[in-house]
Design a protein around this ligand. Sequence first.
Ligand code: MF3
Ligand code: CO
Ligand code: CO
Length: 285
Amino acid sequence: MFRSPQQSIPARALSAEPLKHKPLYPMTIHIKSAEEIAIMRVAGRLAAEVLEMIAPYVIPGITTEEINQICHDYMVNVQQVIPAPLNYKGFPKSICTSINHTVCHGIPGPKKLKSGDIINIDITVIKDGYHGDTSQMFLVGDVPIRASRLSNVCQEALYLGIRAVKPEATLGDIGHAIQQHAEQHGLSIVREFCGHGIGKKFHEDPQVLHYGKPGTGITLKEGMIFTIEPMLNLGKRDVKILSDGWTAVTKDHSLSAQWEHTILVTHDGFEILTLRQQEVDDFAR
Ligand code: MF3
Ligand code: CO
Ligand code: CO
């Protein structure tokens, strides 16, 4: 999501002491009930299953409009969920497709994928009023080593961020884990977009930054649900928004990658609500 200025304001809902001054942008982090968590587990699984369903179609020659249509039909007709992006703040399609130097929020269109492209497909469903949000990179045909490496390091950075999640850890711990890994590999981190709380609303508090210092920021509590969705670039971190008002691209046109999961804070760690079957072994504990 696009970052808003409330990012630096303390969590009112969670602060132990009453606030002396009313914050300009009060933050309200919803702790989910057992019933809400049960629904969000289903929403998360359904979002993950859209990615699993679409994987075999992501090959040279297909257009992102066709990918959008297949995902839309699957969500609406098979899963009977609502594609959250469609008409969200005026977004015109049911999924986001971000190719090569597109950082995020790419709009599906008539462009054909070609061998060597890398593409992020971002799926958000609404099931019984609750959102599940996840995205992954796909490598189309034969891609250059630097492109697959970018994608892999970004996925590893997401995984390291996820592994930092547990009660009493902080958002800064998550950001730090991601930043360490990205910078160790010489990749830059996009700062204009961040992860987000998620539930009845697509984008809730808190904002989850993909860089930071250990022990800083909001303290995580059991029952929080938020996304982690780092965007890493091969070149400089700077982005610009195209005239369509949505598509974010790297200013220097360097390749960009993103991976996203929706995460529940459990009593002793985390649960990935959008885990794909293929990833189960990665997180076997
Ligand atoms: N799924 C994106 C996210 O991870 C948001 C897309 S908003 C849209 O937060 F309008 F572009 F769909
Ligand atoms: Co998201
Ligand atoms: Co998303």
